[in-house]
Design a protein. Structure first.
Length: 423
């Protein structure tokens, strides 16, 4: 059997795409452990930074929302009241049961191109044929660790996404690298369990988000600073509500916004848990690191050039993710080599999230340079699911089954010849 669409990944984006595809009547297969990143790579006790009303997975009828799940479970989903990550992960599983055809929890080891579409190989070696593929692999393939910390043993250095349980660090001396929510909330959780914690951040000061304004406001307050899924203000509203227009901005503008908008900051509700409980060292960057008995020694450089030595038992790098075509390890080298890349290394996508290889669609963080900061959050799943499934249906109409589609260009180059992919 050749499927119309295979979705690789079962997080918020993959499940949302699958729900829309099933509603459209596509012959569909979904691979991946539902909500794996939220269940396996976030410590217990973390809270969702996004507002509950901006954290919905997407089904065409808007039936399976987070507030509906909370109501069914006797929980609350109120504005300015953060939702536990465990609750959000359970919501995603509920969504998968109700809004998506059966999910095959096997992981995919390789996606390659072939006659009339793609071959998707599972971890146990089964090959599945598909006319189109949607890659919704989340953030885990794109983990970023500072160069000075690379190569050190995992007993000394880990990424913040490596941990679903921080109990192993109880009573230890920990250094957390980063100034964003992951770093600051990880530091708070560590301090609250009795660890000695410091935070090193490159920025000259830590930044904190303000308590969001109330939902019900006067008309002039709403006009002056509208609510959006990414926070109040017209810029955030534009990023959140108009990804299709963001894609039309000049590429240098998109790249600058994708790299700088909604930069590292801690949620308002974590500030009191950090300040006074954690040693804060803003304006410091790790220049080198070396293993020593009982841990490792960090050599840091401050903004004024001052060198400082820090000894610690373990470093947690909460330093985010960097997308690039090369990090799509499960895409075969031949197929990966056909992907056109933007200057920042991330893959280029057309208006329907189709890559430069016809029939291969991309979703989530990897599309932030094309469609804006919303793609870094659950908020972007609704727009992505609708647009991507429309693109899949268009591709299926224009490419009859069994026809080999020519590859329109090479990675890192622009297409100069006619192509069915619209950019």
């Amino acid at each position: 059997m050749k499927y119309d669409l295979v979705v690789v990944g079962a997080g918020p984006y993959g499940l949302s795409i699958a729900s829309h595809a099933a509603s459209a009547g596509l012959n569909l297969r979904v691979f991946g452990r539902p909500m794996a990143s939220w269940r396996d790579h976030m410590p217990r006790g973390m809270l969702l930074k996004s507002e509950p009303w901006a954290s919905n997975l997407s089904d065409p009828n808007g039936r399976w929302r987070l507030d509906a799940y909370c109501a069914e479970q006797g929980l609350t989903a109120r504005h300015a009241e953060p939702i536990p990550v465990e609750t959000f992960a359970a919501y995603g599983l509920w969504f998968a049961r109700n809004a998506v055809p059966e999910v095959d929890e096997r992981m995919v080891s390789q996606v390659s191109s072939g006659t009339g579409g793609f071959t998707v190989v599972t971890e146990d070696g089964q090959a599945v044929q598909a006319r189109t593929v949607a890659m919704a692999v989340g953030v885990m393939p794109f983990i970023e660790v500072p160069r000075a910390l690379r190569g050190l043993h995992p007993s000394l250095v880990t990424h913040s996404s490596d941990h679903s349980d921080l109990a192993r660090f109880r009573g230890m001396d920990l250094t957390v690298i980063g100034g964003g929510q992951a770093a600051l909330e990880t530091a708070a959780l560590l301090a609250e369990q009795g660890s000695r914690v410091r935070v090193l951040a490159r920025a000259d000061r830590l930044r904190w988000n303000d308590l969001p304004p109330v939902l019900e406001r006067s008309w002039w307050q709403s006009v002056r600073s509208p609510h959006s899924g990414l926070g109040p203000g017209w810029r955030n509203w534009f990023y959140s509500e108009r990804p299709n227009l963001f894609r039309r901005l000049p590429e240098p503008t998109r790249a600058r916004i994708a790299a700088t908008a909604l930069g590292p900051a801690g949620a308002w509700w974590v500030r009191d848990r950090v300040e006074g409980a954690v040693e804060l060292l803003p304006g410091h960057e790790v220049a080198s690191a070396a293993a020593i008995p009982g841990g490792l020694r960090l050599e840091t450089v401050s903004l004024d050039g001052t060198v400082r030595s820090v000894e610690t038992e373990h470093v947690i790098a909460a330093t985010g993710f960097r997308t690039s075509c090369e990090r799509f390890g499960m895409i075969s080298p031949d197929l990966r080599a056909t992907l056109a890349a933007l200057p920042d290394g991330s893959p280029e996508v057309g208006r329907d999230f189709e890559s430069s290889h016809p029939g291969l669609f991309l979703a989530g963080l990897v599309t932030a340079s094309g469609f804006g900061p919303a793609m870094r959050f659950v908020q972007g799943a609704t727009f992505t699911a609708g647009a991507l499934v429309r693109g899949v249906r268009r591709r299926l109409r224009t490419t009859p089954a069994g026809v080999t589609v020519p590859v329109p260009g090479r990675r890192g180059t622009r297409n100069t010849s006619p192509s069915p992919v619209r950019h």
